[in-house]
Design a protein around this ligand. Structure first.
Ligand SMILES: [Zn+2]
Length: 238
């Protein structure tokens, strides 16, 4: 809570008879109690086995009932007021990536950080009527800038060839389905820019690895991947 826009979103939810997606109590789309699932320290998440080329991945939340409900309600039911808390959670993960990359490099702060969302197919965006990850990423960028991190959002990647729905595929099948599937949009480059690839969930890491590969192919310096939740067991920070 805090900003007037957020209060407005909460009031609209209340006025329309909304309920918390986590506990179904009447009120804002995510009550204070349930939002504590989204407000934790980021830690490294590594699927096992990790696909080749997967950079460091940070997640904040376990993919528990509240997180799943919030992501699904935002994505499928267009509960758009959830973008802000989800974006703030994603920003915590980006902090995790940035502090890891600072501790590993003598270069210090990367300056401006470019957030590159993993792409969705145009068909998916059309069917949903909105681009949930891009909306969350924009809120994430806003949260980072408020905290003094120079962050820009650049949805530079697109799905460049037909892929099948990842649901139901094994880790190996997912990696094969996505190998070489993403690319920068025509005439777009990321030369020399420090990039954090962002996504909502990391399961097998196939999407994150492919997005990182395509980002590097476009000239970006990939610092790591930040996600809201990981289905893998998380490791404590080293
Ligand atoms: Zn709740």
């Amino acid at each position: 809570m805090g900003s007037s826009r957020e209060l407005m979103a909460a009031s609209v939810d209340l006025f329309l008879g909304g309920a918390c997606v986590g506990c179904r109590r009447p009120g804002p789309a995510l009550c204070l109690c349930c939002s504590s699932s989204l407000d934790r320290l980021p830690s490294e998440a590594r699927p096992s086995p990790a696909p080749p080329g997967l950079p460091v991945v940070f997640a904040v939340a376990e993919y528990d009932a509240v997180v799943k409900a919030a992501l699904v309600a935002h994505k499928e039911e267009a509960r758009l007021s959830l973008a802000r808390p989800l974006g703030r959670t994603l920003a915590l993960s980006v902090f995790g990536v940035l502090s890891r990359s600072r501790s590993r490099s003598a270069a210090g702060s990367p300056g401006v950080v470019t957030l590159v969302p993993a792409p969705s197919t145009r068909r998916t965006v059309r069917e949903r009527g909105h681009d949930p990850l891009l909306r969350i990423t924009r809120e994430c960028g806003r949260a980072l800038r408020k905290s003094g991190v120079a962050a820009v959002v650049d949805p530079v990647l697109r799905v460049d060839r037909p892929v099948v729905d990842q649901a139901g595929l094994t880790a190996v099948e997912r990696a094969a389905n996505l190998a070489g599937a993403f690319a920068a949009r025509p005439r777009r480059r990321l030369d020399g820019r420090c990039v954090v690839v962002v996504d909502d969930i990391c399961t097998t890491g196939a999407t994150a690895a492919e997005a990182a590969r395509a980002t590097a192919a476009a000239g970006g310096n990939v610092l790591g991947v930040a996600v809201i939740a990981a289905t893998t067991r998380r490791r404590p920070p080293a």
